[in-house]
Design a protein around this ligand. Structure first.
Ligand code: ZN
Length: 198
């Protein structure tokens, strides 16, 4: 596989993706080389579309191709309720439960002083601004139940409390140390319903 610079380059790019080691990367390159139905061209086009069309909603920070996103612009959603999540993918997970009808706010990570991630690196200022604008009655903090996720939830409750909205945390149905992405929909629905005030 090393006889072509192009092959080597693509393999190296694949290896930058999560969960992909050298062997898997080489298998992917080989599969693309071998495919006769234009798979490589279709993939290249899909990647370009991803870069050109997909962006983050300026209101909630979720993945979208429209501005604002479908959830932020829907009049069927309860905009007095905002669920705060770490990553855009968490929105998809919560949407799959089909039970949550409020709005979202993506932080873009968690506070992590050791890694140099402070409040200014996250979308916390935007959240405060949304709450200050007035129509939000409750903020549900759905950061992951990890140490950083809990610390971030505490920080949010401290900065949001003076603004007078209700702040709640999703219940402990979500196992400690886990990622929302891997929690099943029933557990997630239960932990949303069983949220408690912070
Ligand atoms: Zn949005």
């Amino acid at each position: 596989m090393e006889s072509s610079e192009t092959v080597k380059k693509l393999s190296e790019e694949f290896q930058k993706l999560p969960g992909i080691g050298r062997k898997t990367a080489e298998r992917l390159v080989f599969a693309l080389l071998k495919s006769k139905n234009g798979m490589a061209t279709t993939l290249a086009k899909a990647l370009l579309d991803l870069v050109e069309k997909v962006k983050l909603c300026t209101v909630c920070g979720g993945i979208t191709e429209t501005e604002p996103c479908a959830i932020c612009s829907s009049d069927k959603r309860d905009k007095t309720l905002v669920c705060v999540v770490e990553q855009p993918l968490d929105i998809a997970v919560l949407e799959r439960t089909g039970k949550y009808q409020g709005a979202y706010h993506v932080l873009g990570g968690t506070l992590s002083p050791l890694d140099g991630v402070g409040p200014e690196s996250l979308r916390i200022e935007q959240l405060i601004k949304r709450v200050k604008e007035g129509k939000i009655l409750e903020v549900i903090v759905a950061t992951n139940p990890t140490m950083d996720g809990e610390a971030t939830a505490l920080y949010l409750s401290r900065v949001l409390r003076p603004l007078g909205c209700r702040i709640s945390r999703i219940a402990r149905g979500v196992p400690v140390g886990s990622d929302l992405e891997y929690v099943d929909e029933i557990t997630l629905t239960k932990s949303l319903e069983g949220r408690r005030e912070m």
